[in-house]
Design a protein around this ligand. Structure first.
Ligand SMILES: Nc1ncnc2c1ncn2[C@@H]1O[C@H](COP(=O)(O)OP(=O)(O)OP(=O)(O)O)[C@@H](O)[C@H]1O
Ligand SMILES: [Mg+2]
Length: 296
């Protein structure tokens, strides 16, 4: 496969290092494929490796709307990065307005992974342009302190972000060519993959837990019409800063409940910025400020 030759020297170099490697690149430049290759090669070389999936839409590790950490147990374990050994809730599948949540979540997992692995590979989303993309990558670099940033370059699209990271940070920034064999999934295929991922996150048996209005972050304002919370995605939190899984709120006019298959040990619920219909897996966007304080 072309990719093997194109990135062989880069992979060899990276697995000799310790610390954090962050992969950046526009959508479909082969970031996830290269990340998988790096952790597999590291594991084969006897290193402990960790993979962090910072893409909240097309998730590799754990459910969408979350950032996931997979500790690579050995070479075989690198082929399937699906299992999340730890996760952080972001609450949306788009970065608009959620740079803080995405950056904080990624940094928390990098911090944990650094303590548990020789080499940590952070696979980021393809959002690399515009103010949002640049702000996201700037602050991810600031807080995750990657020893190396690898940019998969297609044309000149990464030049601004690479220039910015080189100017403002001291870690190495390496630019590698993207592999032209990478296939571009259609929007339909991406949507289907997202639907499958949510179906899996809400796989039966779902339990419906009654929840008090005091368990939320952010706190619900007094007098909030609870009908507004019906269908809102939430992250189930364990009380030590980690996310146990996803839930969806239901309000029937009397009781507020959360539907989830990850409720064991939950101590609190983080409100997401999206809704989801568990019958159709149709998603909608929510602005939390409007939800909590806006008028109908
Ligand atoms: N060298 C290659 N040869 C053939 N197919 C490849 C190669 N590299 C990647 N692919 C395929 O191309 C598709 C996109 O690659 P990949 O998921 O690694 O890109 P990405 O940059 O992570 O995309 P996204 O922005 O969606 O996260 C995948 O289906 C992958 O299997
Ligand atoms: Mg990817």
């Amino acid at each position: 496969m072309a990719g093997d030759d194109l990135h062989a020297a880069l992979v060899e170099d990276l697995i000799r290092r310790r610390g954090v490697v962050m992969l950046i690149g526009a959508p479909n430049t082969g970031k996830t494929t290269l990340a998988r290759r790096i952790v597999a090669a590291a594991a084969s070389a006897g290193r402990t490796a960790a993979y962090i999936d910072a893409d909240v839409d097309q998730s590799t590790t754990g459910p969408p709307a979350c950032i996931g950490l997979h500790l690579v147990g050995g070479p075989d374990d690198a082929a399937d990065l699906h299992r999340a050994d730890a996760m952080q809730f972001v609450g949306s599948i788009t970065p608009e307005g959620l740079v803080l949540q995405q950056v904080a979540a990624t940094a928390a997992l990098v911090d944990r992974a650094r303590r548990e692995a020789d080499l940590v590979v952070v696979d980021t989303s393809g959002v690399v342009s515009g103010v949002i993309g640049q702000t996201l990558k700037y602050h991810k670099t600031e807080l995750c302190r990657p020893d190396v940033v690898v940019g998969l370059q297609r044309g000149a699209e990464l030049d601004p972000i690479v220039g910015m990271l080189r100017r403002f940070f001291s870690g190495d920034v390496e630019v590698a060519p993207y592999d032209p064999d990478v296939r571009v999934p259609s929007p339909d295929a991406r949507r289907a993959a997202r639907t499958r991922a949510f179906e899996e996150a809400f796989a039966a048996p779902l339990q419906r837990w009654r929840v008090r209005s005091t368990v939320f972050a952010p706190t619900l304002p007094a007098g909030l019409d609870l009908n507004r919370l019906d269908g809102v995605l939430v992250g189930l939190q364990d009380g030590t800063g980690w996310c146990l899984g996803l839930g969806v709120l239901e309000y029937d006019g009397e009781a507020l409940r959360v539907s989830t298959n990850a409720g064991e040990g939950m101590r609190g619920l983080r409100l997401g910025s999206m809704s989801i219909d568990l019958q159709t897996m149709e998603i909608g966007r929510i602005r939390l400020r409007d939800l909590m304080f806006g008028l109908d």
